[in-house]
Design a protein around this ligand. Structure first.
Ligand code: PLP
Length: 397
C-alpha cells in the first residue's frame, strides 16, 4: 500500500464499541488484569500500556504513522518539538562528547547546544549549511559523536547535502541527526539518505492548523532505546489529546503539503519577477543557489518562501500594514498564511555577526504560505509590495 493510504488507514485497535474514528484515550494509567500481568509488563516480557508517561494508544498510533512515513523502525513522541530535539541529544550524548552542528538552527536548538549541553561538558563546532565536504570534515574531532542539522534551514532556506554527510558518517562514525520539520516526511525522508534520526516539531505542518504542540524523533530501534529511557524517566511525554489531533492531521498531510507547495511555488514565482522585491528564496526556484540539490533531495520546495525588501524596518512595517490576508505571527506551518520579520522577532536575540552569517537582514520576511486560494495571495502580496515601496519613497522625498 502507498503511504497516503497507510497514513489514513493506520489506526489503534478498535474497542468493543466498533467506533470508526479512533477514541481519545484520556487516561493517565492502565489497569492490570492480574498481579502476574503487572509483573510481566514491568519486566517487559509482555508488551502493553502501563502509564501514559511511558505510552498511550493515541500516542502509539501517532508514532506508528510517523515511523511509516519516515521509513523508520521506531520512534518516541514528545510534548513539543524542542523536547524531541533535547531528548535526542540528552539520550545519546555524554560528557566529553563533541557535537558538530549546522550554524543555521532554530533558536532554541542553538540555546540547548551553547547554554545547556555546554554545562555538561559537551562541546560543539558550527559549520555553515552550504559548507563543502572538506569544511565539514575539518570540523570533525576524535570525540565527535553527533552531527545535528536542519534542512531546509530557517529562515534562509539553505540546504545541507544529506548524501555527502552520510558519506562522512561512514568515515567518522557519528550519529546523523536531522530536524526534518520544514520539509515534512512527505517531501524528504532523511533516513533514506543515510541519516540516523529524523526529528519533527509536530506543532508545525503535522498539526497544520496551529492548534497543538508536539514533537517526535524516529530512527533505528538501537538509537531510540536510550532516547526512550531518557524520556520515560524525565517525562517530556506527548499528551494523548494532542496525539489524537496530530494522528488525525496526518491523514491529510500529503494532501495539504501538495497544496502548500503549489501555492508557495506560484507565490515565489510571482514575487521573483516583481521589480520592487529585492530577492526571493525558495528551494524550487531555479535561481536558488542550491536548486540542483533541492531537486535531488526533496520532492517539492516546501511551504516557506523568504523574501528581501529594500528599505529596512520602515519598509517591513509598511508592507505588514498593507497586507490584508496573512497573520503576523512567529509560528509557521498553518493552513493560514503567516508572515514574520526574523530580524525583529525569531532571530532578534542573535548578535550582529551571527545575523550576518545567517543572512538575516532588516528587510528579510519569512512567509509560511497557507492553503488560501493562490489568486488571493498573489493579489494581496503584490499590492502590499507596491504600496510599501511607495510609502518608503514618499518618506525619503
Ligand atoms: C518550531 C520548530 C522547532 C521547535 O518546535 P516546538 O514544537 O515549538 O517546540 C524546532 N525546529 C524547527 C525547525 C521548528 O520550526
Amino acid at each position: 500500500m502507498k503511504k497516503q493510504t497507510k497514513a489514513i488507514r493506520t489506526q489503534a485497535q478498535k474497542s468493543q464499541n466498533r467506533e470508526h474514528s479512533v477514541p481519545l484515550y484520556l487516561t493517565s494509567s492502565f489497569a492490570f488484569e492480574s498481579a502476574e500481568q503487572g509483573k510481566a509488563l514491568f519486566e517487559e516480557t509482555e508488551e502493553g500500556n502501563i502509564y501514559s508517561r511511558f505510552s498511550n494508544p493515541n500516542v502509539t498510533e501517532f508514532v506508528d504513522k510517523v515511523c511509516m512515513l519516515e521509513n523508520a523502525e521506531d520512534g518516541i513522541a514528545t510534548g513539543t518539538g524542542m523536547a524531541a530535539v533535547f531528548a535526542s541529544m540528552a539520550g545519546l550524548l555524554k560528557s566529553g562528547d563533541h557535537l558538530v552542528a549546522c550554524r543555521a538552527l532554530f533558536g532554541s536548538a542553538h540555546q540547548i547546544i551553547t547554554q545547556i549541553l555546554s554545562k555538561w561538558g559537551i562541546t560543539h563546532t558550527y559549520v555553515d549549511a552550504t559548507a563543502s565536504e572538506a569544511e565539514w570534515e575539518a570540523a570533525m574531532q576524535p570525540n565527535t559523536r553527533m552531527v545535528y542539522l536542519e534542512t531546509p534551514s530557517n529562515p534562509g532556506l539553505e540546504l545541507v547535502d544529506l548524501e555527502m554527510l552520510s558519506r562522512l558518517k561512514k568515515k567518522y562514525g557519528f550519529i546523523l541527526n536531522v530536524d526534518n520539520c520544514f520539509a515534512t516526511p512527505i517531501l524528504q525522508t532523511p533516513i533514506d539518505f543515510g541519516a540516523d534520526l529524523s526529528i519533527h516539531s509536530a506543532t508545525k505542518f503535522m498539526d497544520g492548523q496551529g492548534r497543538v504542540l508536539g514533537g517526535i524523533v524516529v530512527g533505528s530501534k538501537e538509537l531510540i532505546q536510550p532516547i526512550r529511557f531518557f524520556a520515560r524517566h524525565t517525562g517530556p511525554s506527548l499528551s494523548p489529546f494532542n496525539a489524537w489531533i496530530l494522528s488525525k492531521s496526518l491523514e491529510t498531510l500529503d494532501l495539504r503539503m501538495e497544496r502548500h507547495c503549489r501555492n508557495a511555488l506560484q507565490l515565489a514565482e510571482a514575487l521573483d519577477t516583481h521589480a520592487e522585491v529585492e530577492r526571493v528564496l525558495y528551494p524550487f526556484l531555479p535561481s536558488h543557489p542550491q536548486y540542483d540539490l533541492a531537486k535531488r533531495q526533496m520532492s517539492a520546495g516546501g511551504a516557506i518562501v523568504t523574501i528581501e525588501l529594500e528599505g529596512g524596518f520602515e519598509r517591513v512595517k509598511a508592507f505588514f500594514d498593507a497586507l490584508t490576508i496573512p497573520t503576523l505571527s512567529s509560528n509557521l506551518g498553518d493552513s493560514r498564511t503567516i508572515v514574520t520579520n526574523p530580524n525583529t522577532t525569531t532571530h532578534a536575540k542573535l548578535k550582529p555577526d551571527e545575523k550576518a552569517a545567517l543572512g538575516i537582514t532588516p528587510g528579510l520576511i519569512r512567509i509560511s504560505v497557507g492553503l488560501e486560494a493562490i489568486e488571493d495571495l498573489i493579489e494581496d502580496f503584490t499590492q502590499a509590495v507596491e504600496k510599501s515601496a511607495e510609502v518608503v519613497k514618499e518618506k525619503v522625498a
